[in-house]
Every structure is written in structure tokens, then in C-alpha cells.
Ligand binder design. Sequence first.
Ligand code: ZN
Length: 217
Amino acid sequence: MRVVLVGPPGAGKGTQAQFIASRLSIPKISTGDIFRANVSGGTELGKLAKGYMDRGDLVPDEVTVAMVRDRLSEDDAQEGFLLDGFPRNVPQAEILKKMLAEFGTGLDLVLELVVDDEEVVRRLAGRRTCRSCGKVWHVDFDPPAVPGVCDACKGELFQRDDDREETIRHRLEVYQEQTSPLISFYADEGILVGVDATGPVEEVTQRAMSALRRFAD
Ligand SMILES: [Zn+2]
């Protein structure tokens, strides 16, 4: 099965990508992993990408696309894959469609993890990180015994800039702007399925698996 997973920050996309891919026995292919593999492997594309990242620039689409093409050409991806982090926008989705057509295949399904903005803010803005050991707590879901103090090492807890409410709301806006057209694109293709991503991780995986099975029938 060839699947793309999309979802806002805080939807638990990375975790779900891992679980769903392993249940389907297909490789999870994330752009983050591809970047790291190319950079640490010292490939030409990796050197190119690193140049942009070192300058603090975005890696251009064509470099990302070339890396994705290389990865999708590998043996383990021939029977299926779960893409996480690609495509990010409609032009990339169109390129992916062409690429897969060249390989003689196409996407089976796009799973959208659906979670409302307020829930994302509640999940992310409640996180507190230990300054000493790096363990992440949550003021509601996983609070330490003493507020502000790490149970594991007695270190001081703080809120990372990434976990501030205004940062989260900004990331959600950017996500909406970029992803709404992508969602419409796949809805038009008739391969979009939304999955409610609230509740325990295992339940979300279960819902995603049911959606995949319904679609495969
Ligand atoms: Zn700690």
C-alpha cells in the first residue's frame, strides 16, 4: 500500500507514522530521515541540502524531490510505503503523482489526522522540559509530583519556545495555509480519508487501520 500521512503539528503524526507503517509492514519514509541519511552519507544531494541548511535557507523543492525519488527507488519501497512530511504542498503533490506514474504506480490513500486547534494548543503548550535531563512532562497529562521540578532528576522544568502558545498558533496557521490546498487536491483525487486524532495513541492507530482496511476493500 502506498500511503501519505498528513496532519498538523501536535497531532502525533511521527508516532502514528511509525505504528501504521509497522502494522502494514511497509517502510516509513519521512523527509527528516531522508535528509539525515543523505547528509550523514555524504551524498551529492546531501551536500547540496546541507549547504542550504547551514546558511539557514530552506532546502529547495527540487533537492527534496530528488531525495524522495532516490528513496522511493530503493528495494524496500517497491511494495508500498508510508510518506511522512512529503508532499508539503500542491506542486510537490503533482510531482509525486508524476514520479509514481513513471514507476507505474500511484498513491492508494492519503490519511489526514484531524485534530482541532484548541486541542493542539492544549497538548503542546502544556509541555515542560527538564533543563537537566531533557525529559518532557505535561502539566495536565503527565505532571511531575512537584510542579516545576523533574521527578527523574530534580532538575528545573521550563517551557521551550516551540511550546509557547503564540508559536504553536503561528505554526498551525502556516500549516493551514500550506496544507488546505493539498487536502483539497487529494479530496478531488478521491483518495483522502480523515481520521480523528484525539484520544489515546493506540485508539488513533486503530481508527487509521480501520480506515485503511475500508479503503483497501
Ligand atoms: Zn530531569
